[in-house]
Ligand binder design. Structure first.
Ligand code: FES
Length: 172
């Protein structure tokens, strides 16, 4: 009990120690409320800027026609391509497996099991023929052929965005 004549500041508050004041409680509540509004708002703003996958260029320069001898299949590991040259001309066959997009291996000569040249995907064992056919799954589709053209500087350009029929040949 305060002594008569003592100021209000000198009142003993020892019983309030450890209690949260009303001001702190309200401040914490407001902070939580604002966070619950600002957080989703920021997430919605982020949603306006979708993740973009930047893929490499689709036009690939792959050398000159004379770099590829007739009757050969050249495996371009980095570009994930096969350049095939036969008496008809040049073709570009994708080396990207149609199962889960691993790079298939180079073409190998016929074996007892596979009676024609074949390329094996190292990931799950799909086997492809020279014309892109699936000889063994799990690949669901044949390999794709891409358009091949000649650039003004005489170099070959493969457009990996232009899928063509396997009969589409660059005559050189
Ligand atoms: S990625 Fe080629 S078989 Fe699975």
């Amino acid at each position: 009990m305060p002594k008569p004549g003592s100021s209000p500041e000198s009142i003993d508050n020892s019983s309030d120690k450890g209690r949260i004041s009303r001001r702190v409680l309200l401040g914490t509540g407001w902070c939580g409320f604002l966070l619950s509004i600002v957080g989703p708002a920021l997430a919605n703003i982020r949603f306006l800027f979708p993740n973009v996958v930047y893929e490499g260029p689709t036009l690939l320069k792959v050398g000159r026609p004379e770099d590829y001898a007739s009757g050969t299949i050249t495996f371009l590991d980095e570009q994930r391509l096969f350049i095939m040259r036969d008496p008809e001309g040049l073709r570009a066959l994708s080396a990207i497996c149609t199962h889960l997009r691993c790079t298939t291996g180079p073409f190998m000569p016929p074996t007892a099991e596979w009676k024609e040249d074949h390329s094996r995907c190292p990931c799950h064992g799909s086997i492809f023929a020279k014309d892109g056919r699936v000889l063994q799954g799990p690949a669901p589709r044949p390999l794709e052929f891409y358009r091949v053209s000649l650039a003004p500087d005489g170099r070959l350009v493969v457009d990996t965005a232009a899928v063509v029929d396997k009969g589409d040949v660059l005559k050189v």
